[in-house]
Unconditional design. Structure first.
Length: 391
């Protein structure tokens, strides 16, 4: 097989890249380890920045997003027994977030690619990117029991944090920056209408809690738990009881509960691999960087990376210019590090740290009070949360 861009991974990064390239007349083949059904049901991110929404709508894959997405003009910080609203409409006029599940974005992109005759090969195995230092890279893989070979001009490694592309880069070529947090998130998807119109980020002495949603009938909740927490230790009753203690802290506010559809534990970490390119291999999305989900940025950053890569490849195919490709890594990393900082800041602000002697807790409280009472501080949070137009 031969294509222009060989894409490993049919997550948001790989699928959006394939879609954007197609709009520029550039061919691609997407190789995905899991089945279509699996990737279309994988519940993960749900907060889309304004820029991500603009990209999806502007490239013709936003019809359902516009119909079903929930546009939010603020979030709530809850601490000290009071709600504090961060009002986007006043602090960052014209910009908002949209709640629309990552699995819905994935469904829309797969449908658009297949309708346009795009090639996505699901359930491939033993994917090996090869000759990545040369101008003729190759991807070998197994599909339908046959070993296949895909020749391409460039490879896009969109295969997430545990994929094979980053691992294919020789030792010493990448510098890795990482931070592990001493806690994880217990994420629960429940069949119950949201208990509030906007997301609630709750800071309490017992740990962080987040009230979020995926649709008018589906709520998403997160609880800070120990890093190596066993999900089996969290039967539904224990989960709801702990969530109530952490989030029902405002007089008169009540949490609705309902049937739990899914429960997972996700360790929190920050990770960046630099540079995001080696020879003919370009890394994008979680394959190059991870942020803790407190800032709701991972999916949005993946969308940004592939937008930059598309522009660079389009220029190269149009007139052979390599300037944008050469700048790809540096352009992306500027935003990556802004987002790394914001995600680390939100995480540090809102979670409890076991080894804190009280000093850290008082700093958190002071910063929370500052954000709640100063428009300057709140505007900084707001513009990072809805997504900076330019970094
Ligand atoms: C619990 C949780 C909550 C989150 N909340 C948010 C949020 O609110 N907002 C936000 O913006 N982000 C959030 N994120 C992060 C977001 O989900 C990721 O950043 C996003 O999925 C990155 O997209 P991606 O395409 O780069 O990687 P992925 O979605 O990981 O996709 C990679 C794809 O590559 C495939 N693959 C892997 N290895 C191979 C291989 N060897 N061969 C072929 N295919 C392979 C995988 O099966 C997968 O389909 C959250 C993440 C988690 C875990």
């Amino acid at each position: 097989m031969r294509t222009q861009v060989g894409i490993v991974g049919a997550g948001p990064a790989g699928l959006l890249l394939s879609h954007l390239l197609h709009l520029h007349g550039i061919g691609s083949v997407v190789l995905e380890a899991h089945s279509r059904d699996y990737v279309e049901k994988r519940v993960r991110a749900g907060v889309l920045e304004q820029g991500t929404v603009n990209t999806l709508v502007g490239t013709g894959v936003g019809d359902r997003l516009l119909r079903e997405g929930l546009v939010h003009h603020g979030i709530e910080l809850r601490f000290g027994g009071r709600p504090h609203r961060i009002a986007f409409e006043r602090l960052v006029p014209g910009r908002a977030i949209t709640i629309y599940g990552q699995q819905e974005v994935v469904k829309d992109l797969i449908a658009a690619r297949l309708a346009a005759g795009g090639q996505i090969l699901f359930e491939v195995s033993d994917v090996v990117p090869d000759d990545i230092a040369t101008a003729c890279p190759v991807i070998s893989f197994t599909h339908d029991g046959h070993r296949r070979r895909l020749d391409c001009d460039v490879i896009a490694g969109c295969d997430g944090s545990h994929g094979v592309c980053r691992a294919a880069i020789p030792d010493g070529a990448l510098t890795v920056f990482a931070r592990e947090y001493p806690f994880a998130w217990l994420g629960v998807l429940a069949e119950v209408p949201p208990s509030a119109d906007e997301l609630i980020y709750a800071h309490s002495d017992r740990g962080f809690a987040l009230h979020s949603m995926r649709s008018p009938s589906l709520s998403r909740f997160y609880l800070q738990v120990d890093r190596d927490e066993d999900v089996a230790k969290w039967p539904d009753e224990r989960f709801w009881a702990e969530l109530r203690v952490r989030i029902e802290t405002v007089p008169g506010w009540r949490l609705r509960d309902g049937p739990v559809l899914e429960k997972i534990v996700t360790p929190m970490r920050s990770f960046v691999a630099e540079p995001m390119r080696y020879g003919s291999l370009y890394l994008a999305g979680d394959a190059a960087h991870i942020v803790p989900p407190t800032g709701a940025k991972g999916l949005n950053l993946a969308a940004f990376d592939v937008g930059v890569l598309t522009e660079a490849l389009a220029a190269w195919y149009a007139d052979g210019s390599t300037g944008l490709l050469d700048e790809y890594s540096a352009t992306c990393l500027r935003r990556v590090w802004r987002v790394q900082h914001f995600s680390w800041w939100m995480t540090t602000l809102l979670h409890t740290f076991g080894d804190d002697d009280g000093y850290g807790r008082r700093l958190q409280r002071s910063q929370l009070e500052y954000v709640a009472s100063s428009d300057a501080a709140a505007a900084s949070l707001a513009e990072n949360y809805v997504g900076l137009a330019r970094v």
